[in-house]
Design a protein around this ligand. Structure first.
Ligand SMILES: [Zn+2]
Length: 182
């Protein structure tokens, strides 16, 4: 099959001409943006590095469809979260804008229970992992359902404020896993 349609201007594979006249090889890929997810439990790699979860947000277009789409992918959670037409992506942008504005306006940091009280209530303990640098968002381990204890592993080099924030973020993941296990 001869494919004569040119790549869209944003296609990263443009220069290579995709190298083929096979329809499946003419999938157009644009710029990719990565958003690190500090509230997801990061993956421990085979070489012991701990990498944060992330969302990939990309522009792409199938060769048999007229308009491009925005695709959101999270490899840790099984791949594609959503494929959106451009008007749908615009609606998502509007919804995110509203939620962010609301969240920022109505934050209640003074009403939080103390970290020690939360840790005791959620049966979690904090441990330091010397393999982690201060940029790491840490990871949670050993949470065996509703009766188990969770270990929240963080860098030893964190300033107290950042350490507390990191631990609180890790608790979100523990909480989510326990809800799923019920
Ligand atoms: Zn292309």
């Amino acid at each position: 099959m001869e494919i004569t349609a040119p790549c869209p201007a944003w296609c990263r594979l443009r220069a290579d001409d995709h190298g083929a006249d096979v329809l499946a090889d003419r999938y157009h890929f644009g710029e990719e943006h990565l958003v690190e997810l500090s509230r997801h439990n990061p993956e421990k790699q085979f070489d012991d590095r701990v990498l944060p979860g992330e969302l990939q947000v990309i522009l792409e277009q199938a060769p048999y469809i007229r308009t491009s789409q925005v695709t959101i992918i999270n490899e840790d959670r099984g791949g594609t979260y959503g494929r959106m037409s451009l008007p749908e992506a615009r609606r998502l942008r509007r919804a995110l804008g509203k939620l962010i504005a609301m969240g920022e306006e109505c934050a209640t940091p003074d009403a939080l229970p103390t970290l020690d009280a939360v840790l005791a209530d959620m049966r979690a303990k904090v441990a330091e992992d010397s393999n982690l640098d201060s940029q790491s968002s840490g990871y949670a381990l050993g949470d065996a359902g509703a009766e188990g204890w969770a270990w929240l592993c963080v860098s030893a080099d964190l300033a107290p404020d950042l350490r507390e924030e990191t631990v609180r973020n890790l608790l979100v993941d523990v909480f989510e896993k326990r809800c799923k296990a019920l």
